[in-house]
Design a protein around this ligand. Structure first.
Ligand code: SF4
Length: 293
């Protein structure tokens, strides 16, 4: 099987820094409890290796994170995720006597810093995503445009708004949102949005998917940037989102001669290399399937 490697792959700089910081928190005081607030990265395999180090995950889908901070034992350490968090939680953590390690990605911080300066403002994002929730908590004057449905309170925004978008949206989502918003607010201007990691990977997968019979994206279904890569590839032909080698082995790959292999920004490189080696070891397909475009 011919495998087209879609670069970049493995962790983006923000995820890599978040994981290193979580490991540092544990290393600096081995006897102390270290809690990860929300998923530091959206990948079950990465979380599993952090749990193996003794780090404890406080999952925002299962617990109220604000209450969880208040319940933590004083003297323990708290790692905030790469996606950002309501800044009021910094004070909570300080009052509780926790050691704070803040892994907020610099690109998320830049969006927030700009958001604080701009008014009126519409934020384009996905509801229930940590990054969008944190942005709206830290910029309470912002109106919200739901990139999945077009809903939200954005139509109530007064004046001529600035627009800021979530870092992991696709180019199409941002474009569609911008088009709909400017139809109501002709003076609206998009100031910031997708980060370099999102842009690079989305551009690369577009090129690779055009040139392959099918595309496999390695990443978690909980990872927004991985799902976006799979959606983009799907517009060029069959595409699959798989967490690991086990899921790839279960795919119906007979008939494909050339597969593009991509990864989300929170997928460990080891998984990427395992799958690359597996696909390369498959015999070439005896027939060529033509892609539905
Ligand atoms: S995807 Fe972009 S914004 Fe998110 S952690 Fe990676 S570099 Fe930062």
């Amino acid at each position: 099987m011919e495998v087209l490697l879609v670069s970049p792959f493995g962790y983006c700089s923000g995820v890599s820094a978040a994981l290193s910081l979580a490991e540092k928190a544990k290393r600096e005081a081995p006897g102390r409890e270290v809690y990860l607030l929300g998923c530091p990265v959206h990948n079950e395999l990465a979380i599993k290796s952090l749990s193996a180090l003794g780090l404890r995950l406080l999952d925002g889908r299962k617990v109220d994170l604000e209450k969880a901070i208040l319940a933590l034992p004083s003297g323990s350490a708290l790692v905030f995720s790469a996606h950002g968090h309501p800044r009021a939680w910094d004070d909570l953590a300080q009052r509780k006597g926790l050691s704070v390690y803040d892994a907020t990605c610099p690109f998320v911080r830049q969006n927030e810093a700009l958001g604080k300066e701009k008014n009126p403002l519409i934020y384009i994002g996905l509801p229930s995503h940590e990054e969008a929730e944190a942005f709206l908590a830290n910029c309470p004057h912002a109106y919200f445009y739901d990139a999945a449905s077009g809903d939200g309170d954005w139509r109530q925004c007064p004046g001529s708004p600035s627009l800021i978008a979530q870092t992991t949206l696709s180019e199409e989502e941002v474009h569609d949102a911008e088009e709909e918003i400017t139809a109501s607010f002709p003076g609206a201007v998009l100031l910031k949005g997708r980060c370099y990691a999102t842009k690079e990977r989305q551009k690369a997968i577009r090129e690779a998917a055009k040139d392959s019979d099918a595309t496999i994206v390695l990443g978690s279904k909980s990872s927004n940037n991985s799902r976006k890569l799979q959606e983009i590839a799907a517009s060029f032909g069959p595409s699959y989102l798989c967490l690991d080698l086990g899921e790839v082995k279960a795919l119906p790959l007979e008939g494909y001669r050339k597969i593009a292999l991509a990864s989300g920004a929170s997928t460990p490189r080891e998984v990427y290399f395992q799958v690359r080696d597996y696909l390369s070891s498959l015999p070439p397909s005896p027939r060529m399937l033509f892609k539905a475009r």
